[in-house]
Ligand binder design. Structure first.
Ligand code: DOR
Ligand code: ZN
Length: 425
């Protein structure tokens, strides 16, 4: 195993220090460290963060390898500063058996660029009718702890209750895509002034809020852990705030795009802005940002949703929802939060690692911790060129935008996956 000496780097915004990485762990910190055998990395002006952890990534393998593979998505993740991603279950076939989650887990190990932790489906085929083999997925080599039908809501309250009861035995989590399907039939964008103006069918905020309200009550009743995917409205924040104040075991995530972009983007009719849940309003953004600062929202998760050209470069109504996120998330966080490094580390690494139970991740670089970390240059501004992304897909909403921050290096268990801003393999 190799050794790296990162000199003069700010660890999570602190005073510059050196970081020695050896045998997969942080072997030492302090000024003036010497390690003649180690490869030197000049950390001047850089910030070291615990490797980012994404609770919500779509890798598309198996089934849509034209849009993304475990390997291409892993490379995009590493370039974005991630050392672990949780892979959503809406693949084809669906990750609803031990066999499929083990396949995804094994492909992640083979790629070796980030730790890929599969999420299992809650219901067979995401059809919302019968519980999937939750226990078999939990006992498999993939050791699944989070289950989600993401892309679909577990709408049947009895099934949701049974899923919560089932995972309680092993302290698992149900991650809900909160969307009351009867309230969003035919929906194309956020229901509000802009949808009225454009004449597009609206997706009302209450369709999300009603499911979150129901599910925090169910989780409270059962005593299980609930996680809410991609919270997008001010009303959802209020429901979560009250539930957390009562001690309900609920956690929540927000995406970078819901922190930055509004429903006004739909007026372009460019399907790159079509996403589920839809982009909301300025007042929702303000509430989401406040909730993130306060801790009512625990995590920034990307909902990285690669789509092939034919599924995005078409009429708005026919386009698939979703946008890329892994390679731009840290820049959006920096743009939205500024250099609040401790908050960024908490919301993008420590909290998601804790929620997912990824024990090797989410630790600030310190002697003895696994060397899963990323080095950020906050002074660089870069212009996003879709053609330069490592993802197989091109559906970034940030094309040609200039954003702050660049990932200079990422280390997974002491080995670089990214150096000088480039993927190592
Ligand atoms: O925009 C979205 N895209 N939302 C989802 O819930 C699913 C995802 C996808 O799989 O493309
Ligand atoms: Zn999703």
């Amino acid at each position: 195993m190799s050794a790296y000496l990162i000199t003069n780097v700010s660890v999570v915004g602190g005073a510059p220090t050196d970081l020695l990485i050896r045998d997969g762990v942080v072997a030492g910190t302090g000024t003036g460290l010497a390690a003649p055998d180690a490869t030197a990395v000049d950390g001047t002006g850089l910030v070291a963060l615990p490797g980012l952890v994404d609770l919500h990534t779509h890798l598309r393998e198996p089934g849509r390898e034209d849009a993304e593979t475990v390997e291409s998505g892993s490379r995009a993740a590493a370039l974005g500063g991630y050392t672990a991603v949780c892979a959503m279950a809406n693949t084809s076939p669906v990750a609803d058996t031990a066999g499929v989650v083990e396949q995804v887990w094994r492909l992640g190990r083979e790629a070796g660029l980030v730790d890929v932790q599969p999420i299992g489906a809650v219901t067979v085929g995401l059809a919302g009718e019968h519980l999937a083999e939750l226990g078999a997925m939990a006992d498999s080599a993939a050791r699944v702890r989070i289950f989600s039908d993401d892309g679909h809501c577990v709408a049947d309250p009895r099934l949701m209750r049974r899923a919560l009861e089932y995972v309680k035995a092993f302290d698992g989590i149900i991650a809900q895509h909160a969307e009351e399907p009867r309230l969003t039939e035919g929906a194309q964008m956020h229901e509000g002034e802009v949808s009225t103006r454009l004449g597009l069918t609206g997706w009302p905020a209450v369709a999300e809020e009603a499911i979150i309200a129901r599910d925090v009550l169910l989780a409270e009743h059962v005593g299980s852990r609930l996680h809410i995917c991609h919270v997008s409205t001010a009303g959802s924040v209020e429901v979560l705030r009250q539930a957390k104040a009562r001690g309900v075991r609920v956690t929540a995530e927000v995406t970078p795009h819901h922190l930055l972009l509004t429903d006004e983007k739909a007026a372009t009719y460019d399907p790159v802005y079509k996403v589920n849940p839809p982009l909301r309003t300025d007042s929702d953004i303000a509430a989401l940002r406040a909730a993130l600062a306060e801790g009512v929202i625990d995590v920034i998760a990307t909902d990285h949703a690669p789509h092939a050209v034919e599924d995005k470069e078409c009429e708005w109504a026919y386009a698939r929802p979703g946008m890329l996120g892994l390679e731009t998330a840290l820049s959006i966080a920096l743009d939205v939060l500024g250099p609040q490094w401790d908050l960024i580390a908490e919301r993008m690494s420590r909290a998601p690692a804790r929620i997912a139970g990824l024990a090797d991740h989410g630790h600030d670089p310190a002697p003895g911790v696994p060397a899963n970390l990323t080095l950020v240059d906050p002074a660089v501004r870069r212009t996003i060129e879709p053609a330069e992304l490592a993802s197989r897909s091109r559906n970034t909403p940030y094309a040609r935008m200039t954003l702050p921050g660049r990932i200079v290096a990422t280390f997974l268990r002491g080995e670089p996956t990214v150096l000088d801003g480039k993927a190592v393999k």
